[in-house]
Design a protein around this ligand. Sequence first.
Ligand code: 13P
Ligand code: SF4
Length: 305
Amino acid sequence: MENRTDLVRNIEELKKERNAVILVHNYQPPKIHEIADILGDSLELSQKASTTEADVIVFCGVKFMAETASILSPDKTVLLPDDTAGCPMADMITAEELRNMKKQYPGSLVVSYVNSTAETKTETDYCCTSGNALKVIEKIKELGKDIIFVPDKNLGGFISRTTDTPMHFWEGYCPIHDRFTADDITTLKVQYPDAQVMVHPECPKEVSDLADQVISTGRMVSWPGETDAKEIIVGTEVGMLYRLQKTYPHKTFIPANENAVCEDMKKITLEKVHAALETMSPEIKVPEDIRIKALAPLERMLAIV
Ligand code: 13P
Ligand code: SF4
């Protein structure tokens, strides 16, 4: 078995050979952060996926992210080093279920969280990420139509409350963020009375209600630089803590719940990235008929950002 340095060196060499770019989500394991060309949240990564000059995109994340890259960049080869890395929330609604929901609320506009399958996006008017959902809804609100929001009832609820926009929700949720409770936050606030609290909008309402900031993982990277707080309680997947502590070594980041681990995000390893670049597989390629229909809501989203 090669040691890590050799493996990283080999990945770097193969990356040049293939003219590849490595996109890495914030929740990925630390070793994967170290090989990133771009490290970011879903929005930053989809923006990069739509503009990169590379021939190959290695997506270190989960399937809906790689699908989004394939939809935005059909001429590129998109590799997902472990194609079993999915998002349980994205799989909580099918295109068929969304079609039925649309029949229930005719004339509505459909907003799908980008954490959804390519098929679900084909039935969608606008996509959003947690980083731009407020902007997207503020924009759509001007159109004066009913809004269907899928699949995340927690992100949807937060956006609805914040923008004072009623919506029809699908009962989906992230099983990882669902683990946070109000008790997690209140207990830590007793232990760290001066701490500020930032949580992801996928957390349940009782948790978001107790937070100082309800923000995407991208914003979680910048916001600690804008507050005087030295201690920050973090309500999101624990992988986030690595980047935060590295970016702000003089601040203390406290996980609100250490069990908030997205196993799918942890399926990507250096060995799998190396194998993907060597074998040019597993490739994620969205079929053209689905891609064309799924592209429109993503383009509308990227135009609003
Ligand atoms: P971000 O868009 O904030 O990175 O969130 C993605 C995600 O999957 C959160 O669970
Ligand atoms: Fe999906 Fe939740 Fe994992 Fe994000 S943390 S990829 S929403 S299961």
